[in-house]
Write a protein that binds this ligand. Structure first.
Ligand code: 5AD
Ligand code: FES
Length: 345
Protein backbone atom coordinates (compact mmCIF):
# COMPACT_ATOMS: atom_id res chain seq x y z
CA UNK A 1 0.00 0.00 0.00
CA UNK A 2 2.73 2.41 1.06
CA UNK A 3 4.58 1.67 -2.15
CA UNK A 4 1.53 2.52 -4.21
CA UNK A 5 1.10 5.82 -2.38
CA UNK A 6 4.78 6.62 -2.93
CA UNK A 7 4.40 5.81 -6.60
CA UNK A 8 1.35 8.06 -6.84
CA UNK A 9 3.26 10.85 -5.08
CA UNK A 10 6.26 10.49 -7.36
CA UNK A 11 4.59 9.95 -10.72
CA UNK A 12 1.16 11.58 -10.19
CA UNK A 13 -0.53 8.54 -11.63
CA UNK A 14 -1.57 4.97 -11.06
CA UNK A 15 -3.01 2.20 -13.19
CA UNK A 16 -6.66 1.32 -12.82
CA UNK A 17 -5.77 -1.92 -11.01
CA UNK A 18 -3.55 -0.02 -8.57
CA UNK A 19 -6.25 2.55 -7.87
CA UNK A 20 -8.68 -0.28 -7.19
CA UNK A 21 -6.23 -1.90 -4.83
CA UNK A 22 -6.08 1.30 -2.78
CA UNK A 23 -9.84 1.88 -2.93
CA UNK A 24 -10.67 -1.66 -1.86
CA UNK A 25 -8.12 -1.91 0.93
CA UNK A 26 -7.76 1.48 2.54
CA UNK A 27 -7.54 1.71 6.32
CA UNK A 28 -6.79 4.34 8.95
CA UNK A 29 -3.01 3.82 9.01
CA UNK A 30 -2.67 4.11 5.34
CA UNK A 31 -4.99 7.13 5.22
CA UNK A 32 -2.72 9.03 7.60
CA UNK A 33 0.28 8.31 5.42
CA UNK A 34 -1.64 9.41 2.34
CA UNK A 35 -3.04 12.57 3.96
CA UNK A 36 0.44 13.64 5.08
CA UNK A 37 1.74 13.35 1.55
CA UNK A 38 -1.28 15.13 0.06
CA UNK A 39 -1.03 17.95 2.59
CA UNK A 40 2.67 18.27 1.85
CA UNK A 41 1.94 18.71 -1.87
CA UNK A 42 -0.84 21.19 -1.17
CA UNK A 43 1.46 23.18 1.16
CA UNK A 44 4.20 23.18 -1.46
CA UNK A 45 1.92 24.89 -3.99
CA UNK A 46 -0.33 27.00 -1.80
CA UNK A 47 1.50 27.35 1.51
CA UNK A 48 -0.98 27.78 4.34
CA UNK A 49 -3.27 29.93 2.17
CA UNK A 50 -6.84 28.85 1.65
CA UNK A 51 -8.70 30.44 -1.24
CA UNK A 52 -12.31 31.43 -0.74
CA UNK A 53 -15.16 31.69 -3.21
CA UNK A 54 -18.42 33.44 -2.39
CA UNK A 55 -21.28 31.24 -3.52
CA UNK A 56 -24.39 32.99 -4.83
CA UNK A 57 -27.25 30.55 -5.40
CA UNK A 58 -29.31 32.74 -7.68
CA UNK A 59 -32.08 30.40 -8.86
CA UNK A 60 -33.46 27.06 -7.73
CA UNK A 61 -35.66 26.60 -10.80
CA UNK A 62 -34.37 23.70 -12.86
CA UNK A 63 -35.54 22.07 -16.05
CA UNK A 64 -33.68 18.87 -15.26
CA UNK A 65 -34.69 15.92 -13.16
CA UNK A 66 -31.51 14.44 -11.72
CA UNK A 67 -32.70 11.70 -9.40
CA UNK A 68 -30.45 12.76 -6.50
CA UNK A 69 -31.17 16.47 -6.46
CA UNK A 70 -33.68 18.29 -4.26
CA UNK A 71 -34.32 21.11 -6.74
CA UNK A 72 -35.06 18.84 -9.69
CA UNK A 73 -38.13 19.92 -11.67
CA UNK A 74 -40.41 17.18 -10.44
CA UNK A 75 -40.13 18.14 -6.77
CA UNK A 76 -43.40 19.94 -6.02
CA UNK A 77 -42.23 20.79 -2.49
CA UNK A 78 -39.33 22.95 -3.65
CA UNK A 79 -40.15 26.58 -2.92
CA UNK A 80 -38.81 28.21 -6.08
CA UNK A 81 -37.06 31.60 -6.22
CA UNK A 82 -34.94 33.73 -8.50
CA UNK A 83 -32.63 36.58 -7.52
CA UNK A 84 -32.78 39.85 -9.44
CA UNK A 85 -29.74 41.62 -10.83
CA UNK A 86 -29.93 44.03 -7.87
CA UNK A 87 -30.04 41.19 -5.35
CA UNK A 88 -27.07 39.47 -6.99
CA UNK A 89 -25.07 42.71 -6.96
CA UNK A 90 -25.93 43.25 -3.34
CA UNK A 91 -24.54 39.78 -2.51
CA UNK A 92 -21.35 40.76 -4.34
CA UNK A 93 -21.14 44.02 -2.41
CA UNK A 94 -21.37 42.20 0.92
CA UNK A 95 -18.92 39.62 -0.36
CA UNK A 96 -16.40 42.14 -1.59
CA UNK A 97 -16.35 43.87 1.80
CA UNK A 98 -15.77 40.51 3.45
CA UNK A 99 -12.74 39.88 1.26
CA UNK A 100 -14.12 37.63 -1.48
CA UNK A 101 -12.50 38.10 -4.87
CA UNK A 102 -14.28 35.24 -6.63
CA UNK A 103 -18.04 35.02 -6.98
CA UNK A 104 -19.62 31.73 -7.97
CA UNK A 105 -22.99 32.13 -9.63
CA UNK A 106 -24.72 28.82 -9.16
CA UNK A 107 -28.21 27.81 -10.12
CA UNK A 108 -30.45 25.16 -11.57
CA UNK A 109 -30.77 25.00 -15.35
CA UNK A 110 -33.25 27.85 -15.53
CA UNK A 111 -34.32 29.07 -18.97
CA UNK A 112 -35.52 32.33 -17.43
CA UNK A 113 -31.87 33.35 -17.38
CA UNK A 114 -31.45 33.58 -21.13
CA UNK A 115 -28.01 34.03 -22.66
CA UNK A 116 -28.66 37.77 -22.75
CA UNK A 117 -29.59 37.87 -19.08
CA UNK A 118 -26.55 35.88 -18.02
CA UNK A 119 -24.32 38.14 -20.11
CA UNK A 120 -25.92 41.18 -18.47
CA UNK A 121 -25.28 39.74 -14.99
CA UNK A 122 -21.65 38.94 -15.82
CA UNK A 123 -21.07 42.43 -17.21
CA UNK A 124 -22.82 44.02 -14.25
CA UNK A 125 -20.61 42.23 -11.74
CA UNK A 126 -17.43 42.76 -13.76
CA UNK A 127 -17.99 46.49 -14.12
CA UNK A 128 -18.64 46.92 -10.40
CA UNK A 129 -15.82 44.56 -9.32
CA UNK A 130 -13.20 44.44 -12.08
CA UNK A 131 -10.67 42.82 -9.76
CA UNK A 132 -12.90 39.83 -9.07
CA UNK A 133 -13.22 36.51 -10.87
CA UNK A 134 -16.61 35.16 -11.89
CA UNK A 135 -17.28 31.45 -11.83
CA UNK A 136 -20.45 30.16 -13.46
CA UNK A 137 -22.16 26.97 -12.36
CA UNK A 138 -25.34 26.89 -14.42
CA UNK A 139 -25.19 23.56 -16.18
CA UNK A 140 -25.21 22.56 -19.82
CA UNK A 141 -25.46 25.28 -22.48
CA UNK A 142 -24.43 25.51 -26.13
CA UNK A 143 -20.87 26.19 -27.29
CA UNK A 144 -21.99 29.62 -28.49
CA UNK A 145 -23.60 30.46 -25.14
CA UNK A 146 -20.44 29.45 -23.26
CA UNK A 147 -18.41 31.58 -25.65
CA UNK A 148 -20.61 34.60 -25.08
CA UNK A 149 -20.33 34.17 -21.30
CA UNK A 150 -16.54 33.97 -21.58
CA UNK A 151 -16.36 37.02 -23.80
CA UNK A 152 -18.61 38.91 -21.37
CA UNK A 153 -15.98 38.35 -18.68
CA UNK A 154 -16.74 35.05 -16.94
CA UNK A 155 -13.47 33.41 -15.92
CA UNK A 156 -14.32 29.95 -14.70
CA UNK A 157 -17.00 27.28 -15.01
CA UNK A 158 -18.02 24.46 -12.69
CA UNK A 159 -19.80 21.47 -14.17
CA UNK A 160 -19.40 18.18 -12.38
CA UNK A 161 -19.37 15.10 -14.57
CA UNK A 162 -21.09 13.30 -11.62
CA UNK A 163 -19.79 9.88 -12.73
CA UNK A 164 -17.57 8.87 -15.63
CA UNK A 165 -19.36 5.59 -16.35
CA UNK A 166 -22.28 5.76 -18.81
CA UNK A 167 -24.20 2.96 -17.14
CA UNK A 168 -23.93 4.64 -13.74
CA UNK A 169 -24.72 8.07 -15.20
CA UNK A 170 -27.96 6.64 -16.57
CA UNK A 171 -28.96 5.32 -13.16
CA UNK A 172 -28.68 8.82 -11.69
CA UNK A 173 -30.30 10.78 -14.51
CA UNK A 174 -33.33 10.49 -16.81
CA UNK A 175 -32.74 9.49 -20.43
CA UNK A 176 -32.66 13.07 -21.73
CA UNK A 177 -29.30 13.61 -20.02
CA UNK A 178 -26.13 11.83 -21.08
CA UNK A 179 -22.54 11.56 -19.98
CA UNK A 180 -21.31 12.19 -23.53
CA UNK A 181 -23.19 15.52 -23.66
CA UNK A 182 -21.78 16.44 -20.27
CA UNK A 183 -18.24 15.63 -21.36
CA UNK A 184 -18.72 17.56 -24.61
CA UNK A 185 -19.71 20.61 -22.55
CA UNK A 186 -16.56 20.21 -20.46
CA UNK A 187 -14.31 20.00 -23.53
CA UNK A 188 -16.11 23.02 -25.04
CA UNK A 189 -15.55 25.07 -21.89
CA UNK A 190 -11.87 24.23 -21.90
CA UNK A 191 -11.44 25.03 -25.57
CA UNK A 192 -13.10 28.42 -25.09
CA UNK A 193 -10.59 29.27 -22.39
CA UNK A 194 -12.42 28.90 -19.09
CA UNK A 195 -10.70 27.56 -16.02
CA UNK A 196 -12.87 24.47 -15.73
CA UNK A 197 -13.97 22.54 -12.68
CA UNK A 198 -15.52 19.11 -12.65
CA UNK A 199 -16.04 16.34 -10.13
CA UNK A 200 -18.41 13.78 -8.72
CA UNK A 201 -20.39 12.69 -5.71
CA UNK A 202 -18.89 10.08 -3.42
CA UNK A 203 -21.24 7.27 -2.46
CA UNK A 204 -24.01 8.12 -4.90
CA UNK A 205 -26.53 5.29 -5.34
CA UNK A 206 -25.23 2.30 -7.35
CA UNK A 207 -21.66 3.65 -7.32
CA UNK A 208 -18.97 0.95 -7.28
CA UNK A 209 -15.23 1.23 -6.64
CA UNK A 210 -14.79 0.54 -10.37
CA UNK A 211 -16.90 3.63 -11.08
CA UNK A 212 -14.71 5.69 -8.76
CA UNK A 213 -11.53 4.40 -10.43
CA UNK A 214 -13.05 5.50 -13.74
CA UNK A 215 -13.76 8.96 -12.27
CA UNK A 216 -10.15 9.28 -11.16
CA UNK A 217 -8.85 8.22 -14.58
CA UNK A 218 -11.20 10.64 -16.33
CA UNK A 219 -10.02 13.49 -14.11
CA UNK A 220 -6.41 12.58 -14.85
CA UNK A 221 -7.10 12.69 -18.56
CA UNK A 222 -9.25 15.82 -18.58
CA UNK A 223 -6.92 17.81 -16.32
CA UNK A 224 -9.46 20.17 -14.80
CA UNK A 225 -8.30 23.34 -13.08
CA UNK A 226 -10.73 22.70 -10.23
CA UNK A 227 -12.01 19.43 -8.79
CA UNK A 228 -15.11 19.35 -6.59
CA UNK A 229 -16.10 16.20 -4.81
CA UNK A 230 -18.44 15.73 -1.88
CA UNK A 231 -20.44 12.95 -0.29
CA UNK A 232 -23.86 12.11 -1.70
CA UNK A 233 -26.50 13.09 0.87
CA UNK A 234 -30.10 11.94 0.39
CA UNK A 235 -32.86 14.51 -0.05
CA UNK A 236 -36.27 13.62 1.35
CA UNK A 237 -38.22 14.60 -1.78
CA UNK A 238 -36.20 12.48 -4.20
CA UNK A 239 -36.39 8.81 -5.17
CA UNK A 240 -33.09 8.32 -3.33
CA UNK A 241 -34.51 9.38 0.04
CA UNK A 242 -33.72 6.05 1.66
CA UNK A 243 -30.26 5.62 0.18
CA UNK A 244 -27.16 5.73 2.36
CA UNK A 245 -25.11 8.91 2.47
CA UNK A 246 -21.55 8.86 1.15
CA UNK A 247 -18.73 7.98 3.52
CA UNK A 248 -16.57 10.64 5.18
CA UNK A 249 -13.47 8.43 5.12
CA UNK A 250 -13.82 7.57 1.46
CA UNK A 251 -14.37 11.24 0.53
CA UNK A 252 -11.22 12.25 2.42
CA UNK A 253 -9.24 9.42 0.85
CA UNK A 254 -10.33 10.59 -2.60
CA UNK A 255 -9.45 14.22 -1.90
CA UNK A 256 -5.94 13.07 -0.99
CA UNK A 257 -5.60 10.83 -4.06
CA UNK A 258 -6.84 13.67 -6.27
CA UNK A 259 -4.33 16.06 -4.76
CA UNK A 260 -1.48 13.67 -5.52
CA UNK A 261 -2.75 13.05 -9.06
CA UNK A 262 -3.40 16.75 -9.76
CA UNK A 263 -0.93 18.67 -7.58
CA UNK A 264 -1.92 22.18 -8.71
CA UNK A 265 -5.67 21.72 -8.96
CA UNK A 266 -7.96 23.89 -6.88
CA UNK A 267 -9.83 21.46 -4.64
CA UNK A 268 -12.54 22.67 -2.26
CA UNK A 269 -13.48 21.22 1.09
CA UNK A 270 -17.17 21.25 0.17
CA UNK A 271 -20.28 22.20 2.08
CA UNK A 272 -21.54 18.64 1.69
CA UNK A 273 -18.41 17.43 3.47
CA UNK A 274 -19.10 19.96 6.24
CA UNK A 275 -22.67 18.69 6.41
CA UNK A 276 -21.91 15.01 7.11
CA UNK A 277 -19.39 15.88 9.84
CA UNK A 278 -19.07 19.06 11.83
CA UNK A 279 -15.32 19.07 11.16
CA UNK A 280 -15.63 17.79 7.61
CA UNK A 281 -14.21 20.88 5.97
CA UNK A 282 -11.19 20.97 8.30
CA UNK A 283 -10.55 17.31 7.60
CA UNK A 284 -10.85 18.02 3.88
CA UNK A 285 -8.10 20.65 4.15
CA UNK A 286 -5.96 18.25 6.18
CA UNK A 287 -6.39 15.71 3.37
CA UNK A 288 -5.13 18.14 0.72
CA UNK A 289 -7.99 20.49 -0.22
CA UNK A 290 -7.14 24.20 -0.54
CA UNK A 291 -10.42 26.05 -1.15
CA UNK A 292 -13.61 26.82 0.79
CA UNK A 293 -16.81 28.15 -0.70
CA UNK A 294 -18.94 29.88 1.91
CA UNK A 295 -22.44 30.98 1.04
CA UNK A 296 -23.23 34.58 0.07
CA UNK A 297 -26.87 34.00 -0.87
CA UNK A 298 -29.44 36.10 1.03
CA UNK A 299 -30.49 34.25 4.19
CA UNK A 300 -34.11 34.53 3.00
CA UNK A 301 -33.44 32.01 0.20
CA UNK A 302 -30.75 29.82 1.79
CA UNK A 303 -33.04 27.03 2.93
CA UNK A 304 -34.71 26.93 -0.47
CA UNK A 305 -31.51 26.02 -2.29
CA UNK A 306 -31.74 22.53 -0.96
CA UNK A 307 -29.90 19.98 -3.09
CA UNK A 308 -29.68 17.60 -0.11
CA UNK A 309 -31.04 17.46 3.46
CA UNK A 310 -29.55 19.16 6.55
CA UNK A 311 -27.26 21.50 4.61
CA UNK A 312 -25.16 23.63 6.98
CA UNK A 313 -25.04 27.43 7.10
CA UNK A 314 -28.62 27.98 5.93
CA UNK A 315 -29.35 30.30 8.87
CA UNK A 316 -26.07 32.21 8.96
CA UNK A 317 -25.33 35.56 7.38
CA UNK A 318 -22.43 35.76 4.93
CA UNK A 319 -20.24 37.52 7.50
CA UNK A 320 -20.87 34.80 10.07
CA UNK A 321 -19.74 32.11 7.65
CA UNK A 322 -16.66 34.06 6.64
CA UNK A 323 -15.61 34.54 10.27
CA UNK A 324 -16.55 31.02 11.23
CA UNK A 325 -14.40 29.60 8.46
CA UNK A 326 -11.59 32.02 9.25
CA UNK A 327 -11.55 30.66 12.81
CA UNK A 328 -11.85 27.08 11.72
CA UNK A 329 -8.95 27.41 9.29
CA UNK A 330 -6.79 29.28 11.80
CA UNK A 331 -7.31 26.52 14.34
CA UNK A 332 -5.71 24.05 11.94
CA UNK A 333 -2.92 26.40 10.89
CA UNK A 334 -4.32 27.91 7.71
CA UNK A 335 -5.38 31.43 6.62
CA UNK A 336 -8.19 32.60 4.35
CA UNK A 337 -6.62 34.96 1.82
CA UNK A 338 -8.06 37.93 -0.08
CA UNK A 339 -7.21 36.75 -3.56
CA UNK A 340 -8.93 35.65 -6.77
CA UNK A 341 -7.20 32.31 -6.36
CA UNK A 342 -6.67 31.57 -10.04
CA UNK A 343 -5.23 28.32 -11.28
CA UNK A 344 -1.49 28.64 -11.78
CA UNK A 345 0.53 26.47 -14.13
N1 5AD B 1 -25.96 15.13 -2.32
C1 5AD B 1 -24.73 15.63 -2.53
N2 5AD B 1 -24.42 16.42 -3.57
C2 5AD B 1 -25.41 16.74 -4.43
N3 5AD B 1 -25.40 17.47 -5.55
C3 5AD B 1 -26.65 17.49 -6.05
N4 5AD B 1 -27.48 16.76 -5.28
C4 5AD B 1 -26.73 16.27 -4.26
C5 5AD B 1 -27.00 15.42 -3.16
N5 5AD B 1 -28.21 14.91 -2.94
C6 5AD B 1 -24.17 18.03 -6.12
C7 5AD B 1 -23.99 17.58 -7.57
C8 5AD B 1 -24.00 18.89 -8.33
C9 5AD B 1 -23.59 19.90 -7.28
C10 5AD B 1 -24.00 21.30 -7.57
O1 5AD B 1 -24.22 19.43 -6.12
O2 5AD B 1 -22.74 16.93 -7.71
O3 5AD B 1 -23.13 18.90 -9.44
FE1 FES C 1 -21.27 29.02 7.88
FE2 FES C 1 -19.52 28.09 9.81
S1 FES C 1 -19.23 28.39 7.70
S2 FES C 1 -21.50 29.02 10.04
Amino acid sequence: MKELIDKLYETQELERSELLLILNNFNADMSEYLFDKARFVSKKHFGNSIYTRGLIEFTNFCKNDCYYCGISRSNPNADRYRLSMEEILSCCETGYELGFRTFVLQGGEDGYYSEDKVVEIIKGIKSAYPDCAITLSIGERSYEAYKRFFEAGADRYLLRHETATDEHYNKLHPAELSLSERKQCLYNLKEIGFQVGTGFMVGSPFQTMENIAEDLLFLKEFKPHMIGIGPFIPHKDTRFLNEKQGSLDLTLLLIAILRLMNPKALIPATTALGTIDKNGREMGIMAGANVVMPNLSPVSVRKKYSLYDNKICTGEEAAECRFCLQNRMQKIGYELVVDRGDYKE
